[in-house]
Ligand binder design. Structure first.
Ligand code: C5P
Length: 298
């Protein structure tokens, strides 16, 4: 029986403008998102299965990761079957590294890895366009992971456009330090807080103008792109975030911000920037339970 091993990268939102609440309860956004070289690995092993509940199994060595039907990997498997009528089964083993409740897209990326793995086992039943549609039903942050590089994401996240090669090249390979405090932030809570504070929205024309200016400025850097209007509402409650970010900017002059709805943050570093002092400052502020990982934009 064949086994596929699929890398499920984490993502960072370099630019995130939540522009307003929609009639369906979701939010419209404009975001530049990029996968990084750090992530989870999902192994997908074909298994002979009846049509029963045991058709798909999920295992994970990290006991904190739910392996029941609430896990997006198993939801992805059900969605794949619904979309294709595939009759096979699979055993998933998840090697989890991406922290949860972090705004790093871990669960969404795992779900996309599951879809890609099953599509591989099934001989490519879904076209790229259908894969993207099924991915969008699983979560707003899923479709971006099918692009394999930096994208602009619009709508609630389902409209994904690859950045032009020369623009993506300003981001690709850049060194980033990911860091997350011991607590996570619930995505629905963060969006709910935005809705309760409408002045925190960035008008869509302003967001698009800002993004277009960056894209059309040759040589504009990743540092110059950073923006996240969820950081203010998150920071009003979780004050450890803005406190440390301000300190890192002031003390080390680095460009740093929260990713997505948090609580993970990241700093964009010059290749020759000494990172040890920055890591020490993070540990001093957030303690040893903080997650810290150095990686690069993929
Ligand atoms: O799409 P996903 O299930 O990941 O979204 C989780 C929650 O985050 C949604 O239920 C919604 O409350 C909020 N959300 C939103 N607008 C988005 C994405 C997520 O309001 N564009």
């Amino acid at each position: 029986m064949s086994t596929l091993s699929i890398f499920a990268p984490a993502k960072v939102n370099l630019f995130l403008a939540i522009t307003g609440r929609r009639a369906d309860g979701y939010h419209d956004l404009v975001s530049v998102v990029a996968p990084v070289e750090f992530g989870d690995t999902l192994r997908v092993e074909a298994k002979v299965a009846g049509g029963g509940a045991d058709r798909f199994e999920l295992g994970c060595e990290d006991a904190a990761v739910p392996v029941d039907e609430t896990n997006l990997v198993l939801k992805a498997a059900r969605a794949f079957v619904a979309a294709t009528g595939w009759r096979g089964g699979a055993k998933f083993s998840l090697e989890k590294h991406i922290p949860m409740g972090a705004g790093l897209g871990g669960g969404s990326s795992d779900a996309v890895a599951a879809l890609r793995g099953l599509n591989g086992l099934a001989g490519g039943l879904l076209t790229a366009a259908r894969l993207a549609e099924v991915a969008a039903t699983l979560g707003s942050d899923c479709p971006l992971f099918l692009a394999g590089g930096p994208v602009v994401m619009r709508g609630r996240g389902e409209r994904v456009e690859r950045l032009p090669t020369e623009v993506a090249a300003r981001l690709r390979g850049r060194r980033v330090l990911l860091f997350k405090p011991g607590f996570g932030i619930s995505t629905p809570w963060a969006f709910g807080s935005m809705a309760a504070t409408p002045k925190s929205y960035i008008p869509v024309t302003e967001a698009e103008t800002k993004l277009a200016t960056w894209m059309n400025t040759p040589g504009a850097t990743a540092e110059e792109l950073l923006c996240n209007n969820m950081a203010e509402v998150a920071g009003a409650k979780f004050i450890a975030l803005p406190t440390l970010l301000a300190w890192l900017r002031e003390r080390f002059g680095v460009a740093a911000q929260m990713s997505g709805s948090g609580s993970a943050c990241f700093a964009v570093l010059a290749d020759d920037a000494p990172v040890a002092a920055i890591i020490a400052a993070i540990r001093e502020a957030w303690g040893l339970s903080a997650f810290v990982w150095e990686t690069r934009i993929a």
